[in-house]
Each structure stands twice: as C-alpha cells, then as structure tokens.
Design a protein around this ligand. Structure first.
Ligand code: NAD
Length: 484
C-alpha cells in the first residue's frame, strides 16, 4: 500500500518459536477496509497446523523451559513484552488502521492497552496465592492454583491487540502455554506482537499463533483433544459451537460474546456529561464493540430534549476522513457492511438522524453512515439484535421499573450504564440489571484493564480482565497431608 508494508509480517504461523508457512502452503488475502484493496497475505492454516501448534505447546508446557520458569521470571518476560509493545505503538497502530480500518488515534489507544495488559498480568504473575484450609487435627490441607496446560485462545477482529492482552497475558501469567487463533479479518497487529514476544525471549512453543479461516483452523483448534482450556471471544453463534467442542473434550471455556447494552438516562441526569458519552459509546470502532452502548433508554420527560441533542450530534458525524481527528472509520468488511445496511433498510422503526460519509473517504472502502433510530419499540428487531455497526436505538421509558424491564429485555447481558444523580437509585439499579458490568455516570469497558468483564446468557460466561482472570486461567488442586 505504502511504506507501511515494511511492517507487515510474512504469511506465516508461529509454531514452536519458528515462523513457518501453513502445511499446505496456502495463503489468503488481507483486504483493507479503508479502500477494499488487498495489501497483505496471511497463512491459510488447517488441522495439520493445529496439530503442530498444540504439540509444540504441550511439549513447552511439560518438558520445555516454561515449566521451570518461576512466576517472577514469567512476569518479567511479560513486562519486557509490554515495554516492546509500548515502543512500537505507532507502527502497530498504523498496521491496525490498515487492517481493521479504525482511525489511527483509536488504534494507538488499543496498543497502549495491549501493553498495559502485559504489564498488569506480568506484575501479577507472582501474586496468586493458594490457601491453607483448616481441617482435622494432624492434617495440613493446601489449596494450590495450577495452570490448565495448553490454552486455545480464539479471537475476533474488532480489537485484536487488546484482546491478545486480555486473554493471552493472563493465560501466560499463570504458566499455561498458548495456541492463539487470530481472526482472518484482522490479524496483522497480533502477528507483529507475536514477533515482539519472540524477540524478547519467550521460549519456543509457549506462545504459538495461527491464522486462517474460522470454520477450518478455528474449528480444528477448538475440537483438538490436546487443548486443556478454551478462551473464546466472538459471536454467540460460534460461541455455542465452542462450548459444544469444549464439552466433548471435557474441558472448560470462557465465552466473551455479544451485547445490546443499554444506557439509561433519568430526568435528573447531568446531560452535559452524558451526551458525548452516549454517542461515543456507540460510534467507537464504528459500532463494532461487544460492549457498545447501542440502546439509549430516555425518561419520557426529557425524551424530546435528549433525542434532539443526539440528532444534532449524529448529523455532525463524518465517516472516513481518517485524519488525526477522525472519530469513525469503515466497518471491517464488505460482508459486515451489507449486514449492517440490511438491518438499517429492513427496520420499520423511525429514523431520527443519519451521519454522512466524507467526500474524502477512499473509493472502495466499507463506509456506513451512522443511523439514529427512535422512538423505538423495545421489542423491534433493531432494538433487540446486535447489529455490530453504527446504529443507535433510542427508547423512551416512564419510570424506573419500566427502564429495568426494557434494559433486561434482550437475550444479552454484557454492560449497562445509568445516568442519574439520585444516590439511592445508584445503589438500587445495579442489583436489578442482568449483566456483568454496570457504569454509573460513565461508560466504557475497553479501558479498564483492572475491571472484571464478561456477560450473562447470550453475552457469554466467565470473566476476563482484572485479577479474577487469573482464576479463570488456572484450576485448584487440594493437597491433604496427614502427618500424625
Ligand atoms: P466470529 O464468532 O465470527 O469469529 C470469532 C473468531 O472465531 C474468529 O477468529 C473466527 O475465525 C473464529 N471462528 C469462526 N468460526 C469458527 C468455528 N466454527 N469454530 C471455531 N472458531 C471459529 O466473530 P467475529 O465476527 O470475528 O466478531 C464479532 C462478534 O464478536 C460479535 O458478536 C461481538 O459482539 C463479539 N465480540 C465480543 C467481545 C466480548 O468481549 N464480549 C469482544 C469482541 C467481539
């Protein structure tokens, strides 16, 4: 494309510390969402590559140096990787912008967070303690935390670098080895991070990376009986297949799936503070965020005022400028563009406003102007389903009880936000909302490396981020010692 091609990794997998072509030699093209052009190739892997990667990870776990690393040594290596990622924020961000389409400012933030995850979990690697359990006289009972073994991590395309930090870092911190399957739709920053891991000295086989099609290589990895645990982030449809595959091998999994997250705005809210957040929580990453605040519930007494303010903000959004101040880029692919446009065209709900596509947006890119729907029937398709694009639904409500019913009235339950100055409501509502995170007078999941994150029902199960992720990526062993 331009001099950025200098940073593009070769179409190879990382297996046992070596960059190698897929066993079949097949590659597949990487299309930039910015202009629809092919600008790189990746390995198109299959089950034979999975066999090699899982076997390398198994050997590294049982016989390799990884098992002999102390927790503090593991942690130091991870912090070294965090430092290398930090040094490469700019090139990684440019790679991500080309690959995923997100504006460079957002891509830069992703890289900073990717580094932060390795720093956080690197620093935590030697701080996971077991417990001593009081039992009968003359017994010592210890509860130890052990790694699962070989962990398969399967990721989507929307925040590849951050998601590597979120899932791979805690897995490694606990002493597991990893086979990572990146998304075929955006994986170049992930491959570059893996290069940096090799460079800072991760032993062969500890961190293996595969690219290729989900239904081929992702499926083979999730079904492989050499895998001890699966961390999956992606769609509910594939998440269901992953859970079945895990069940067939009697291993555990975490599923980080989709969402239709509500932001509930009460009449006593600080609207000046809320307004920019209500918009950004949706349009960030062109609406392709699992925790996007894609439903705004507005108390009826302030509905007209808030809807009018949202309308003017939506009409001011220009997509595809890709300059330093760009707030929204293209969606990931032609397929995703068609999917989002289909939802918009098929909806029978009233449209309040549309943003526009910049005259300077490159030809052939996958740009979708954001759309504001409202007042929406909370049971309509557009207010129920995860569009995963720049579509915001506004829904009026009368009182707290109705707000809770609407907020909980989808199959999803990932994140919710409440905008209110009422102190007792701030305490009451989080308990009533069915989801994994509740924000009060703020919103955002992506930034909080320290904050446990995950869903209920169709949003998945298990918790990543924060210290608790270290528990997901380990299991308990109880040792009962009779010394009488
Ligand atoms: P996806 O489920 O299609 O793909 C995710 C990953 O699974 C990719 O690497 C893909 O190659 C792989 N895959 C596809 N089919 C597979 C199969 N049969 N077996 C094994 N692996 C397979 O999802 P996507 O389109 O990449 O991402 C969008 C979805 O991800 C949205 O629903 C979004 O909400 C969700 N998501 C959730 C979170 C979260 O943390 N909860 C974060 C980001 C994205």
């Amino acid at each position: 494309m331009n001099d950025r091609t200098l940073t593009i990794p070769q179409p190879f997998n990382l297996i046992n510390g070596e960059w190698i072509a897929s066993q079949t030699g097949q590659t597949m093209p990487v299309v930039s969402p910015i202009d629809g052009r092919v600008f790189a190739e990746i390995a198109d892997s299959d089950a034979s590559d999975v066999d090699l990667a899982v076997s390398a990870a198994r050997t590294a776990f049982t016989e390799g140096p990884w098992a002999k690393f102390t927790p503090v040594e593991r942690g130091r290596l991870m912090i070294k990787l965090a430092q290398r990622i930090s040094q490469e924020v700019e090139t990684l961000a440019q790679l991500e912008t080309n690959d995923n389409g997100k504006p460079t400012k957002q891509a830069r933030a992703d890289m900073v967070f990717a580094a932060r995850y390795f720093e956080f979990y690197g620093a935590a690697a030697d701080k996971v303690h077991g417990e001593v359990i009081p039992f009968l006289n003359d017994y010592d009972v210890g509860m130890y935390r052990e790694p699962h073994g070989v962990v398969a991590v399967i990721l989507p395309w929307n925040y590849p670098a951050q998601q590597i930090g979120r899932s791979v870092a805690p897995a490694l911190a606990m002493g597991n080895t990893v086979v990572l399957k990146l998304s075929e739709d955006a994986c170049l920053s992930g491959l570059r991070i893996a290069q940096l891991a090799v460079e800072v000295g991760f032993p062969a086989g500890v961190f293996n990376v595969l690219t290729g099609r989900g239904e081929i290589v992702g499926k083979a990895l999730s079904e492989h009986n050499g895998v001890d645990f699966i961390s999956f982030t992606g769609s509910p449809e594939v998440g269901t297949m992953i859970q079945i595959a895990a069940a067939k091998n009697y291993v555990g999994c975490t599923l980080e799936l989709g969402g239709k997250s509500p932001q509930i705005v009460f009449e006593d809210a600080d609207l000046e503070a809320a307004m920019p957040v209500l918009v950004n929580a949706l349009i960030q990453n062109a609406g392709q965020t699992c925790s996007a605040g894609s439903r705004v519930l507005i108390q009826r007494s302030i509905y007209d005022q808030v809807a009018a303010e949202l309308k003017s903000r939506f009409e001011a959004i220009e997509v595809g400028t890709n300059d330093e101040n760009a707030i929204m880029g293209p969606v990931i692919s032609e397929k995703q563009k068609q999917r989002v446009e289909r939802y918009i065209a098929n909806s029978d709900q009233p449209v309040i406003a549309r943003g526009k596509i910049s005259a300077s947006a490159p030809e052939g890119g996958f740009y979708v102007a954001p759309v504001l729907f409202g007042p929406c029937d909370p049971n309509s398709e557009i207010a129920q389903e995860e569009v995963f694009g720049p579509v915001l639904c506004v829904i009026p409500f009368e009182d707290e009880a109705e707000a809770i019913a609407i907020a909980n009235g989808t199959d999803y339950g990932l994140v919710a936000a409440i905008w209110t100055r009422d102190g007792s409501r701030q305490k009451r509502l989080p308990k009533a909302l069915h989801c994994g995170q509740v924000f009060i007078n703020n919103f955002g999941a992506a930034g909080g490396v320290e904050l446990p994150f995950g869903g209920v029902r169709k949003s998945g199960h298990g918790r990543e981020k924060g210290f608790v992720a270290l528990h997901e990526f380990s299991r308990i062993k109880t040792v009962v010692n009779y010394y009488g």
